[in-house]
Design a binder for this molecule. Structure first.
Ligand SMILES: *[C@@H]1O[C@H](CO)[C@@H](O)[C@H](O)[C@H]1NC(C)=O
Ligand SMILES: *[C@@H]1O[C@H](CO)[C@@H](O)[C@H](O)[C@H]1NC(C)=O
Ligand SMILES: *[C@@H]1O[C@H](CO)[C@@H](O)[C@H](O)[C@H]1NC(C)=O
Ligand SMILES: *[C@@H]1O[C@H](CO)[C@@H](O)[C@H](O)[C@H]1NC(C)=O
Length: 451
């Protein structure tokens, strides 16, 4: 790439604020065992197996089909991705079920062997070979997919019962062992805002989290009315998103607003108690109780046989662990997993968006280059721009996808990272560009970005 093009690219990137907004990340989560979780990650467009003990993604299934059912390639526009939402499987299941916000929205993944068998060998290579089929979720002859409203999904430990939450219609039961392109389903709960789903008490209970309450259903008695754990009234009007039950207490992801922002972890029983800070912090601040910060926790699950709850923290692009009992009770720790994943899964760091003509003109003006033909720029190994890294609309320090497909991050001042750093671009000897976010006074605060 010519130096001028390099410089133009940098400055254009700096002048076009939406170059790399995010707002996507890990959403649904399924615990394979005490150590490994599978997450539905809408940022990487993949199911990822994360090692909750050591960190890192140890297995991946890149989502093969886009919104239109067309095969996804490295060149596909991220805006055609389906945006993965929920994931569920079981210890002996040769399948997993996945929900998404777009496209078919309900999917069966045929696994070469159960995830638990892969975990026992600590080898998840087979996940990458799994095949994916879109399903129609059919209720009384009507088709619930293509609604944008399917949320979390759960499968019982023996693989015989499946449940899926629909945001406006409630919770539906299906038989996960059935094959075929149409999956009949039966409504077991009529509710508005059903998002989270979780088993409790040896699967005698199914927790359906709606905005206002966690509804506790008896899985073995369809005629029993659900009990409501009222989050909205107990927690000052908060909206809940997902819940787990441990030692008789309900742990609930909740916050004051519907949708984005300011969610924390609460313990809800007779009263409502905030267990962590309720910020919208986009860094991994760990620690006990209110010392810990989350970005946008979405779903969670217990790690079987441990004292830990694992939560997906969307904008932080990490799994967070909360110890609900034991010596570390109240402590939040971070499980990072995204090092180099863009490169590994998507064939290279995300590219800057192509320059728009008016932005190019502004960039040339900014550099004092006038409107002349490209190719004759003064040599410049590195270029500081006047832009703060926050102009990239990054939600966290590091790589990010080249997409402005972000519905959840409208707040520039609060939701973006990098207000204390400036964008520096380096033209490397091989002509490649490397972007860094730097604080001139604190050289240690350097981070690569994809702006
Ligand atoms: C997907 O389908 C829609 C509507 O049929 C169409 O407008 C769009 O161009 C298609 N996208 C791709 C990537 O094929
Ligand atoms: C995945 O599929 C490839 C090609 O069919 C095969 O060679 C490989 O052994 C498979 N890997 C696993 C772990 O199943
Ligand atoms: C379900 O609806 C979608 C979108 O309308 C359609 O493409 C699909 O064929 C339908 N499936 C069934 C079984 O009705
Ligand atoms: C099921 O629930 C109904 C309504 O609460 C109750 O009357 C009945 O005894 C329950 N059945 C069993 C087997 O527990």
């Amino acid at each position: 790439m010519s130096l001028l093009r390099a410089i133009r690219c940098v400055v254009v990137a700096a002048l076009v604020p939406q170059c790399s907004s995010t707002g996507k990340g890990p959403v649904g989560i399924y615990a394979i065992d005490a150590r490994y979780v599978v997450i539905a990650d809408s940022n990487f467009n993949a199911l990822l197996v994360v090692d909750a003990k050591l960190g890192g993604a140890v297995g991946a299934l890149s989502w093969p089909l886009d919104k239109n059912g067309t095969r996804v390639t490295a060149a596909s526009d991220p805006q055609t991705w389906v945006s993965l939402t929920g994931v569920a499987s079981c210890p002996t299941c040769g399948f997993a079920y996945v929900t998404s916000n777009h496209g078919a929205e309900f999917w069966r993944v045929s696994l070469p062997e159960p995830l638990a068998a892969m975990a026992a060998r600590r080898d998840f290579a087979g996940l990458g070979n799994a095949s994916v089929a879109p399903l129609a979720l059919v209720v009384d002859g009507a088709n619930l997919t293509h609604s944008g409203k399917l949320r979390m999904v759960r499968v019982s430990a023996d693989g015989s019962a499946g449940y899926v939450a629909h945001l406006s219609r409630g919770v539906f039961a299906f038989d996960p062992r059935r094959t075929g392109a149409a999956m009949p389903a039966k409504r077991i709960l009529e509710a508005d805002g059903a998002a989270g789903l979780q088993f409790a008490d040896d699967e005698n209970e199914l927790l359906a989290t709606t905005m206002g309450a966690v509804l506790v259903l008896k899985t073995r008695n369809a005629s029993a009315a659900p009990r409501a754990v009222k989050v909205q009234s107990a927690c000052n009007g908060h909206h809940a998103r997902d819940a787990v039950k441990a030692d008789g207490l309900f742990y609930v992801i909740s916050g004051p607003q519907q949708g984005a922002g300011c969610k924390g972890l609460f313990e809800v029983g007779e009263a409502c108690r905030l267990l962590t800070a309720r910020t919208r912090s986009v860094n991994w601040v760990d620690g006990p109780y209110s010392a810990a910060h989350f970005s946008r926790p979405h779903a969670m699950t217990r790690l079987p046989g441990t004292d830990l709850i694992a939560l997906t923290d969307i904008d932080n692009r990490a799994v967070r662990l909360y110890a609900f009992r034991g010596p570390a009770k109240g402590e939040v720790t971070t499980v990072p997993y995204d090092d180099g994943l863009w490169r590994r899964l998507l064939g290279g760091a995300p590219r800057p968006r192509p320059a728009r003509p008016q932005a190019t003109a502004r960039a040339r003006d900014f550099l004092g280059l006038g409107a002349g033909a490209p190719g004759d720029a003064p040599a410049a190994p590195a270029l500081w721009t006047s832009q703060r890294c926050a102009s990239c609309w990054l939600h966290w320090p590091g790589e990010c996808p080249a997409t402005d497909h972000d519905k959840n991050s409208k707040s520039y001042t609060k939701a973006t990272w990098g207000h204390d750093r400036r964008l520096l671009a380096r033209a490397e000897r091989d002509g490649a560009l490397r972007y860094e976010c730097r604080n001139a006074a604190k050289p240690a605060l350097t981070a690569d970005v994809c702006c």
